[in-house]
Design a protein around this ligand. Sequence first.
Ligand SMILES: Nc1ncnc2c1ncn2[C@@H]1O[C@H](COP(=O)(O)OP(=O)(O)O)[C@@H](O)[C@H]1O
Ligand SMILES: O=C(O)C1=C[C@@H](OP(=O)(O)O)[C@@H](O)[C@H](O)C1
Ligand SMILES: [Mg+2]
Length: 420
Amino acid sequence: MEYGLIGSKLGHSYSKIIHEMLCGYRYDLCPLPTEEEARAFLIRRQFKAINVTIPYKRLVMEYCTYIDPRAKAIGAVNTVVNKNGLLYGYNTDHLGFAHLCDAHGVDFAGRTVLILGTGGTHNTTSAVARDKGAARVLTVSRTPDAAKGQLSYEEAVASGAQIVINTTPAGMYPNVGVCSLDVAKMPGLEAVLDVVYNPDKTELILRAEEAGVPVAVGGLEMLVAQAVYAAESFLSRKFDDAAGEIGRITAALRRDMLNVALIGMPSSGKSTVGRALAEKLGKKFIDLDEEIVKADGRSIPDIFAAEGEDGFRAKESAQTVRFAKEGRQLLSCGGGIIKRGGNLRALHQNGVLLFLDRPLDALTVGGGRPLSSSTEALKKMEAERRPLYLAAADAVIPNSGTVEDAVAAAMEALDEIFSH
Ligand SMILES: Nc1ncnc2c1ncn2[C@@H]1O[C@H](COP(=O)(O)OP(=O)(O)O)[C@@H](O)[C@H]1O
Ligand SMILES: O=C(O)C1=C[C@@H](OP(=O)(O)O)[C@@H](O)[C@H](O)C1
Ligand SMILES: [Mg+2]
């Protein structure tokens, strides 16, 4: 191995994609489940340079001849460069986190900062907060140690903090929707940062957005930034525009990993355009109406007949929650998905929404759609729903020409959405 990553479990790591997009060298994921294997790997040192992740960021320090002072102070090394058989250790996680804060204009000066969690990333983020002038850095734990001044999640709410940093795995895929901090009760918040990047927006970030916190961002940019700074150490050279590289790769990664959901009136072409768009994007096509039918065993008209619209909506929500937390999918939604706010929240956590806008007179009456019973019904429905589609969508895609035209318009809109 020349370049790569070691850690105990690496199944979901994006590092290979990021490094190979960035530099073109080959980057291998090398899972080392046991400490003995990690030690043997470090003794053999048959690599040019590596990144290190959980649980070996401290262990590798024993094998380094030189450790960068910041890495030493934090007590963790995530980047190791082999120079003529001697290992040099650095910490680019703190550079990555500092980049995330700077890129979003987070001002730490004189602020009270809450760090959720006591694990490895706690020290990294608290070092950055202190460097940037935080007045107080408080630690929040589910099992607070009062002797160390740690706070419970209840106490944290009343701490008067302006900045919250989550370093715990709470809310991380597949256990999405989890969050112990009631940010809605913290009116002075200026920024909420989460080091978790899958899903794109954790429950904490969604809640912060809903509470109107001005800066609410997940950890993807931090992950990319630490990789870019690690690559600089790997190759002993600086990028001309590191921030530009970070922005470029973060955007490309989000385009690749996130879902695209199509919303719009019944028979506006969500399933038809969705299938073609999925192919173009290289995403897995999922038709939520089909999934409802598959899971239930009855047709949509039969579900409506037996359980009414409410019964159908409950099934629709269950399938939405199920698929929306996954990634790399094109989700073709049923027309009524916007009737429940929870559906939109689920879709936004890991994807973008496009409103497919087909002229009212081109919509189909009937066609196995119980609510599209007449032209009048469609007209009334459109008047009610149009504002909801517009409010939920990241972009509006006209579908008034051919299916290919709509696909091209959607590709253009996605280029724009993922350009920054
Ligand atoms: N741009 C278009 N040109 C011609 N027919 C279209 C176009 N978009 C959709 N359709 C047709 O409209 C009908 C409804 O489309 P569908 O994809 O099932 O809509 P939805 O999933 O939104 O309910 C289908 O017969 C489809 O072929
Ligand atoms: O608009 C609606 O309320 C509905 C739209 C349908 O999906 P399409 O939009 O794919 O037709 C289907 O979910 C159900 O008949 C209800
Ligand atoms: Mg459909």
